[in-house]
Design a protein around this ligand. Structure first.
Ligand code: PLP
Length: 473
């Protein structure tokens, strides 16, 4: 019951910013031939198999238990949309390592640049003696992110570190301290970003005290609040005005589509109303596009859909094809408010990670991966809506591009059905399909395929998801 990308269309008309000239003209052949592992599912043992079981035992004896595991399967190789485990099973990857390997695992454009760079030099510390790759990545960010104003960027190692630095910069610029975040938000696991993250278990539980001056307001969650964008914005803005004080707020930080929170797409107009409120009140509007950025949602950035130009944008995950890299990009006058030496870190913008980012961005441009993400959306939504007709627990199919989720309820109610989400995920894992769960209530199944996935592989994964739903509904 497959569908083809060709049949699939989406209603969005998006702006594709130009790729920097020096990233153009990369020759890439047909996608599926670029990956050196056949792009097909193979289940040759129970999942997990015996070698993974043995490694899980070693892991338990050596690794702190606080570091969780979604699938107790150890990976030996990966390419494109396939993960190969130590027992020889080929798994279809609908997680991309949490929206990271958007250009496919070990994309040749990433691998070749990383290999070249690692042989040239591995590290100098950009703050000690700089190198061109860092500047090139900042130039690409400044051109690709929304808005034509003068921009500056700074590079870091992780998403949480980028969010921390965006807040530092906004406080330096505004000389204010309060930071506003929203319900169901996820911004990371460091002390400041734990405070900004909404969910207690597992992210915050027992790890306080948390950073102060963080204020949480309601967001727009159409399935659960029933409000349109303007109404939801009034609720949030009133709370900021009455409980925080608009002139006390340095920054409002928001994910344009929530990631860990369950792929919650706000009602149209909500983000624009908040960003206008920020502009009117001297508040820095920070879009956390760490999960949504870099072609994931079918646009280069999710804000492109909303007509919103953030003052500052944080990126990470999909930026560098799997190497650790993160960035803060924003209006030049805001970014330059931090004094010389106030930003940085030993490894931030490591040259190997920068080479990977340049390769990843080149691959996104060469294959027009934003369009590809739109085709993935159309294919996935068509099939998931058909499933919804057969499975009453599927209350909503939502998301954009290759960031698609289903929210599950106890049929006939709006009660979250986290048990079904967990059971379906487990059944998919046993069949060699990597899917993830999400949501404050744990009742969302989320899909983040690499943007280079073939339609055959995607349809096969959806067949297995459908079988699991039918068996467990
Ligand atoms: C993953 C994520 C982060 C944290 O990134 P890390 O690299 O894990 O620190 C922050 N914000 C959003 C929206 C994310 O999805």
């Amino acid at each position: 019951m497959g569908q083809t990308f060709a049949e699939a269309t989406t209603p969005y008309g998006c702006r594709w910013p130009e790729i920097p000239r020096n990233l153009q003209g990369m020759s890439l052949s047909a996608l599926s031939q670029e990956f050196d592992i056949p792009q097909e599912r193979r289940v040759v043992t129970a999942i997990p198999g015996p070698k993974s079981d043995a490694l899980m035992q070693r892991r338990a004896d050596a690794v702190a238990r606080g570091v969780g595991t979604t699938l107790p399967v150890f990976i030996e190789r990966a390419a494109g949309g396939i993960l190969v485990d130590v027992d020889g099973n080929h798994l279809i990857d609908l997680g991309s390592g949490i929206a990271v390997t958007s250009v496919g695992n070990s994309n040749p454009e990433v691998v070749s640049r990383v290999q070249d760079q690692v042989a040239l030099f591995t590290h100098t510390c950009f703050m000690v003696t700089p190198y061109e790759g860092y500047v090139e990545v900042c130039e690409a960010l400044n051109r690709l992110t929304p808005g034509d104003h003068a921009k500056r960027s700074a590079l870091f190692n992780s998403g949480a570190e980028a969010v921390e630095n965006a807040v530092k910069i906004a406080r330096a610029y505004t000389k204010r301290q309060a930071v506003v975040v929203v319900e169901h938000a996820y911004h990371g696991r460091t002390n400041l970003t734990m405070a900004m993250t909404a969910k207690d278990m597992p992210y915050k539980h027992g790890f306080g005290p948390f950073a102060s001056d963080i204020y949480r307001v309601p967001t727009s969650y159409p399935f659960r609040d029933g409000l349109d964008g303007a109404q939801a914005a009034v609720v949030a803005i009133t709370k900021i005005e009455k409980e925080v004080g608009s002139d006390q707020v340095a920054a409002l930080v928001i994910e344009p589509i929530q990631g860990e929170g369950g792929f919650v797409v706000p009602a149209p107009g909500f983000l624009k109303a908040l960003s206008d409120f920020c502009t009117d009140n001297g508040i820095v509007f920070i879009a956390d596009e760490i999960q949504t950025g870099f072609a994931r949602t079918g646009a280069w950035f999710a804000c492109d859909y909303e007509g919103v130009i953030p003052d500052v944008i944080t990126t990470a995950k999909g930026i560098a094809g799997g190497l650790p890299l993160a960035a803060v990009t924003g209006r030049a006058e805001i970014m330059d408010a931090a004094h010389v030496g106030g930003l940085g870190g030993t490894y931030g913008g490591n040259p190997v990670a920068c080479a990977a980012a340049i390769g990843s961005i080149a691959a996104m441009e060469a294959h027009d991966l934003p369009s590809r993400a739109q085709a993935i959306e159309a294919l996935m939504k068509a099939r998931l809506v058909t499933m919804q007709g057969k499975v009453p627990a599927i209350a909503e199919v939502r998301g954009r591009g290759a960031m698609i989720a289903v929210e599950l309820v106890i049929p006939g109610t709006d009660q979250p059905n986290d048990a079904l989400a967990g059971a379906v995920a487990k059944a998919c894992h046993a069949q060699g399909v990597v899917v993830l769960t999400a949501g404050t209530y744990g009742n969302v199944l989320r899909f983040l395929p690499p943007l280079v996935i073939s339609e055959e592989l995607l349809n096969e994964a959806l067949d297995i998801i459908e079988e699991a739903f039918i068996a467990l509904r």
